[in-house]
Design a protein around this ligand. Structure first.
Ligand SMILES: C[S@@+](CC[C@H](N)C(=O)[O-])C[C@H]1O[C@@H](n2cnc3c(N)ncnc32)[C@H](O)[C@@H]1O
Length: 333
């Protein structure tokens, strides 16, 4: 298998064509979702509190798996700002299968004042051009090293065809991460028309290309590129994959609408979406809340490794206090 292909699925070519197309660089993909940023920052600051408590002067390392063109760099900026006065350096490991995405990420960093080696103050960004076979634990342990926190945001995992391959990739993330692993993944409301179409094809015995397993589909992305996606129709399907990879934690509803309702302007729509998601998750029975699921937010950790908690008075606690009341609710979801 070449580094770009998995069973004929060329994720690198698909994403390169997207990231190298100028109309892809719009507000939709340039606005990070606040709750996702908060989750990453809080998990990283919990790890920073541990570093401070241990008296070590080691770097805090954060992995953005499937970083694309760096939409979530805002989280790294916030983390670096908050640990700077404690003398901690931060390294963001930006991993993607698309060199087009990484090139675009690098260009943004240069525009934002990063110098040679992509370093600015106490934050440095290193890049890993991954292979489509992202589950290779030994190879990735070398390429990524050990990280304190990792994230795979905006359905990155869903772009991996084959349940076995997704579980292996999640296991790889677990293996390289000491603290939290944060993932967002689509629920049934995302691409439901395509979901039904591919379900019918499977039932008729003629699945389309790699869409052979329940939840698999193809959709046409912006610019007409055909792309593979896996939707978790039921929450337990996602929990099952995470558990098989050795990850446990909390899977909540991150949003009820399409991704645009959280990332696109006007912000008010996203705000309402977050509120409804919060109440659905906390006050509706699981079946009913699942019915509303657009995207899930999974905050997981290795079943075997010790979990870091929010230290009273620590950096994570301060961040939770600093963000507004609604964000406090969000970050605890
Ligand atoms: C929907 S985009 C999300 C990008 C970014 N996380 C964001 O929120 O804007 C999915 C990303 O996953 C990457 N990707 C797809 N398959 C991958 C794999 N097997 N390993 C790593 N990255 C992958 C794509 O290149 C793309 O950048």
């Amino acid at each position: 298998m070449s580094s770009e292909h998995r069973d004929g699925y060329d994720a690198r070519a698909i994403y390169n064509s997207r990231y190298r197309t100028s109309n892809y660089q719009d507000a939709y993909y340039d606005t990070p979702i606040p709750r996702n940023v908060n989750s990453i920052v809080i998990s990283a600051l919990k790890a920073a509190d541990n570093i401070i408590a241990s008296g070590s002067n080691r770097k805090l390392r954060v992995l953005d798996f499937g970083c694309g063109d760096g939409r979530y760099r805002a989280a790294a900026y916030e983390i670096a700002k908050r640990v700077r006065t404690h003398g901690i350096d931060v390294e963001l490991v930006a991993y993607d299968v698309s060199d087009g995405g990484l090139d675009s990420f690098k260009a943004k960093l240069r525009e934002e004042g990063f110098g040679v080696n992509f370093t600015r103050d106490n934050l440095s960004v290193s890049f890993v051009l991954g292979s489509v076979d992202s589950s290779d634990i030994e190879k990735n342990k070398i390429a990524i090293g050990n990280v304190d926190v990792s994230s795979a945001i905006f359905g990155v995992i869903s772009h991996i065809p084959g349940r076995k391959n997704r579980v292996n990739t999640l296991r790889m993330l677990k293996e390289v991460t000491d603290g939290d692993v944060i993932i967002t993944a689509p629920g049934w409301r995302i691409l439901s028309k395509e979901f039904q179409h591919h379900k019918k094809l499977r039932e008729s015995g003629s699945p389309y290309k790699l869409a052979t397993e329940p939840g698999d589909l193809y959709y046409k992305a912006k610019g007409g590129t055909e792309n593979f996606y896996h939707v978790y129709w039921y929450k337990h399907e996602l929990i099952g994959e995470l558990a098989e990879a050795g990850l446990k934690g909390k899977v909540s509803i991150a949003k009820i609408g399409h991704e645009t309702t959280l990332s696109y302007r006007p912000r008010t729509v996203g705000f309402v979406d977050e509120l409804v998601s919060y109440f659905a998750y906390n006050y509706l029975p699981e079946k009913a809340s699942e019915y509303l699921a657009g995207y899930y937010l999974a905050k997981m950790h290795d079943k075997e490794k010790s979990v870091t908690h929010v230290v009273p008075g620590g950096l994570a606690q301060q961040y939770i206090n600093d963000i507004c009341c609604l964000s406090q609710i969000r970050s605890h979801l």
